[in-house]
Write a protein that binds this ligand. Structure first.
Ligand SMILES: CC(=O)SCCNC(=O)CCNC(=O)[C@H](O)C(C)(C)COP(=O)(O)OP(=O)(O)OC[C@H]1O[C@@H](n2cnc3c(N)ncnc32)[C@H](O)[C@@H]1OP(=O)(O)O
Ligand SMILES: CC(=O)C(=O)O
Length: 543
């Protein structure tokens, strides 16, 4: 019997987060950001890290002075030599060649329309610009590659010229000729067909793809190009990039490693161990960008393996494969069964388990709790994102929750007045009366708004519990108005942190009155802190 050995083909990942990603509206990396992100990308296992455009701005120039990647090929980006100028007289090209880095990726025109309008030169001179720039890079001992800008649009307008640009780049010695869907409008079938014709001029082992996401098909276009023969993919972390973004490497990496026909045909530089860090990499990157991670992101979003529907949850708990396309752990994500108005008993039991609340599935109070949760959700509560409030409610209905303090009453006054200089002064003042161990405590506090004043007053004096809540901090406060008109209901979600341990939890309040809704969420937050300090409530398993 002969054993069939199957050699996988190598597929290369080229990351342009620090270059095309920097062209995203609203994203502006600092030098420190770039250094951190380059390290993350290197650890993730991509083959190329394109660091930016040395010479174009002080951050990129400094970055190239300070940074080296350990594993990935560190790449500078820039344009080919300017038309009508020799390579030795082009300061931009000199800055690129002189910059640290192992490779240079040139952006070159490949659409004759752009040559005429943007460069204002001849087709022949543009071909000479490509050739000279590649050869100068080789002469400097670096790896040249050429991003053929607008390749697909250029091919549709003038196929001979677009192909001539790709061919001259390859024949001059470019390691990679990268076909760019710069305006992002090309469809997967077109990509596949056009790449196949380019393969007649440049072998697939030297071809790359750089798709943009303007029709939300950058990932599909990258995969179409791979099926047609290219062996390098350019993309970014979390899909950032000019306009609607680039091909999302955070989605492409697991697809290439876990899905057919790619998984059997190709290997990439990312190991299964590196793949298991994908979720943390993606979320850390969002943290650097100072934005909330997309809950619905494929593979890595908090909702990517979250099950809400009762019928699904019941099956997932029997065998996860029933509703999961891959096991969440392979990408470092976790399974989550949510409790909401779509839930059944299976959801509830799973979530109670995650919150560390032990409950016999036959406990008759479970059905009552589920019914109450659904009624509360109908009234505006949302427990999906408020696990501490859910835990408190469940513990109260299935067992007991200690009464640490009882709020007898509270009052808030909001005042706007003008001082002697005519300056406007906004003042909020709250008075809270609480009963702790039969002793009435009254606190008065001011704040920059009624909710802040209330929070300050409630936490000013909780008697013997005061030292326990000292490390409690509110880190986020979200208000949502649930229906329009005079009967509007307000839902308040509060995120709290124990600054001593770094633990965070979420509580919810709902009322026709924003102050009352906030007060409910604040009370739940403080009770959670006290119960955790007493070991009566666990921190939930990580999402
Ligand atoms: C498809 C892409 O994503 S390409 C991404 C390109 N990235 C960036 O542009 C970001 C960084 N860019 C910059 O900081 C600046 O544009 C610089 C420093 C590169 C150049 O700045 P300036 O010299 O002021 O030129 P400016 O930006 O106004 O115009 C670009 C010039 O380069 C020329 N040019 C554009 N592409 C190319 C190319 N591939 N090869 C040769 N020349 C080119 C244009 O014709 C234009 O020349 P002109 O000034 O004679 O009209
Ligand atoms: C080079 C590049 O970023 C593009 O053509 O889209």
């Amino acid at each position: 019997m002969t054993q069939e050995t199957h050699q996988k083909e190598r597929l290369y990942l080229f990351d342009t987060t620090l270059r095309d990603g920097q062209q995203t509206t609203g994203i502006d990396f600092s030098l420190d950001d770039k250094i951190t992100i380059a390290r993350m990308l290197d650890e993730l296992g991509v083959d190329y890290v394109e660091g930016g455009y040395p010479g174009a701005n002080p951050t990129d120039s400094a970055f190239f002075e300070e940074t080296r990647t350990q594993n990935a090929t560190f790449t500078a980006f820039g344009m080919t030599r300017r038309a009508g100028v020799s390579t030795s007289n082009d300061p931009g090209l000199k800055a690129l060649i002189d910059a640290a880095g192992d490779a240079i990726c040139f952006v070159a025109k490949s659409w004759d329309y752009h040559v005429r309008v943007a460069l204002k030169t001849t087709n022949e001179e543009n071909l000479a610009c490509i050739q000279d720039s590649v050869m100068a890079t080789l002469a400097a001992g670096k790896e040249p590659m050429v991003d053929c800008e607008h390749f697909f649009d250029g091919y549709k307008a003038n196929p001979e010229y677009a192909l001539a640009c790709a061919e001259i780049a390859y024949q001059s010695g470019a390691r990679w000729v990268v076909l760019c869907d710069t305006n992002g409008g090309t469809q997967p079938d077109e990509i596949e067909a056009i790449v196949k014709t380019v393969m007649g001029k440049v072998p697939g082992t030297h071809l790359g793809i750089h798709p943009h996401n303007d029709t939300e098909q950058a990932v599909a276009n990258a995969l179409a190009a791979v099926r047609a023969g290219v062996r390098q993919i350019q993309g970014t972390l979390n899909g950032i990039g000019e306009r609607c973004g680039n091909a999302n490497l955070t989605s492409l990496i697991p697809t290439l490693m876990l899905k057919e026909p790619y998984a059997s045909q190709f290997e990439i530089g990312v190991t299964p161990e590196q793949l298991s860090k994908l979720t943390v990499t993606s979320r850390t990157f969002d943290e650097i960008l100072n934005r909330a991670p997309d809950r619905h992101a494929p593979y890595v979003g908090a909702g990517a393996f979250a099950t809400k529907a009762g019928i699904h949850a019941s099956a997932v708990l029997k065998e996860p494969e029933t509703y999961e396309h891959v096991p969440p752990a392979v990408v470092g994500n976790t399974r989550r069964v949510l409790v909401s108005d779509q839930a059944g008993k299976s959801n509830l039991l799973a979530e109670l388990g995650r919150l560390g609340i032990v409950c016999d599935p036959k406990n008759s109070r479970l059905n009552d709790l589920l019914a109450e949760l659904k009624e509360r959700e109908a009234a505006g509560y949302s427990y999906e994102g408020a696990d501490a409030s859910l835990a408190l409610l469940a513990m109260a209905r299935l067992g007991t929750v200690p009464t640490y303090f009882k709020v007898e009453s509270y009052k808030v006054a909001v005042e706007r007045r003008f001082n002697a200089l005519g300056q406007e002064i906004d003042l909020s003042e709250a008075v809270v009366k609480v009963d702790v161990d039969g002793q009435r405590l009254m606190s008065v506090a001011e704040g920059n708004g009624p909710v802040n004043a209330l929070d300050n007053a409630l936490r000013k004096d909780l008697g013997r519990f005061q030292s326990v809540i000292e490390s409690l901090e509110l880190v986020d406060y979200k208000v949502r108005i649930l229906n329009a008109g005079t009967a509007a209901i307000t839902r308040v979600l509060i995120e709290s942190e124990d600054t001593a341990t770094g633990e965070r939890w979420y509580t919810v309040g709902v009322s026709e009155n924003i102050v009352d809704a906030s007060f409910q969420a604040l009370e739940d937050s403080i009770t959670t802190k006290l119960m955790r300090a007493d070991g009566l409530m666990m921190a939930p398993a990580a999402e």
